[in-house]
Design a protein around this ligand. Sequence first.
Ligand code: SF4
Length: 366
Amino acid sequence: MKKKEEIYINYGKDIEQMTIDLMKKAEISQDLKSDMSVVIKPNLVLSSHPKNGATTHVEIVEGIIKYLQSHNIVDISIAEGAWIGEKNTLNAFKVCGYTELLKKYDLELIDTKKEDTMDYEIKNIKFRVSKIFQETDYLINVPVLKGHCQTKLTCCLKNLKGCIPDKDKRYYHSLGLNEPIALLNTILKPNLHIIDSVCGDLTFEEGGNPIESNRILLGYDGLLLDSYCCRLIAYNPEDIDYINYGVKYGVGKLFNENTRIIELNKDNKPNKDFLRSDLAKELEKYIDEDSACSPCYAGLIFALSKVNNSHEISLNNRKIKIGQSFRGKISNKDLGVGDCCKNFSNHVKGCPPNGLDILNYLKSLN
Ligand code: SF4
């Protein structure tokens, strides 16, 4: 039970090795048996390379496979059903590098659009779930942490929408998405979640504005993880309706003071990358950055994106300082983000601070 309240985080650029290191640190092998079947469910919502911010990096899935095989697991499948716009998921498998992975490890790729389903009914809502996810011994959910134009956040709980037929996806949308997502998670209960927070999108499920965070997270409770991860991209858990429904229907626990955060490589976070997002580039006018780490900078971009259009930001012609070059500098007038600016009288604590704390700080400047 204690394990359920743990969240593991790793920072870096070697995505495959980061994943293996997380699984080792969390001692996932304790839950595995060599004769188990394992299904890995990435987010391949559309045919778009992971660098665009929408889909799961194939290196994470390769890290998972290597770890599983090192513990003598042979029955491994990768299953996903792309969004309604894609007639089949094979294009997404190909564009995102999964077809090559399949050949390399001789694994089965399953397009859940073509799979048989199991039927359920809860609260007068009908659910059909691809059988593969219910029949496996061990389900690993591998979502992307990113923004979403309708639900605001998409991460662990929403990623399971890829486990149902297209017809039901339309039906869920007609019901407002949030309640069906929560209820689906009372049916499907992954054993493990490994979250791709390498470069999730600022606002949209389909990508286009990736924000590099160079981070991967691991945990066991999807609700706990989502209520933690929404903070990273500057949302309150209460702002996310499917999280509220998830609490109501007992899907899991909210992130709380008893949650144990275990960080790997915390003193070696990669520096901020070149921004490939036009939306994010516009926000750089508010920032004075010097040697900032990418998860720290990403938190600031996510926070700024929430206040930029609402005229809630009042910087009095000051730029927000962020980065390791501000360590040891003393200021009574500058605004700073992160512990590197701890000698500023006015700064957000944390290393890295989460997006929500930065957002609240920006709002408090009015
Ligand atoms: S506070 Fe400094 S060291 Fe910590 S994440 Fe931010 S920039 Fe990096």
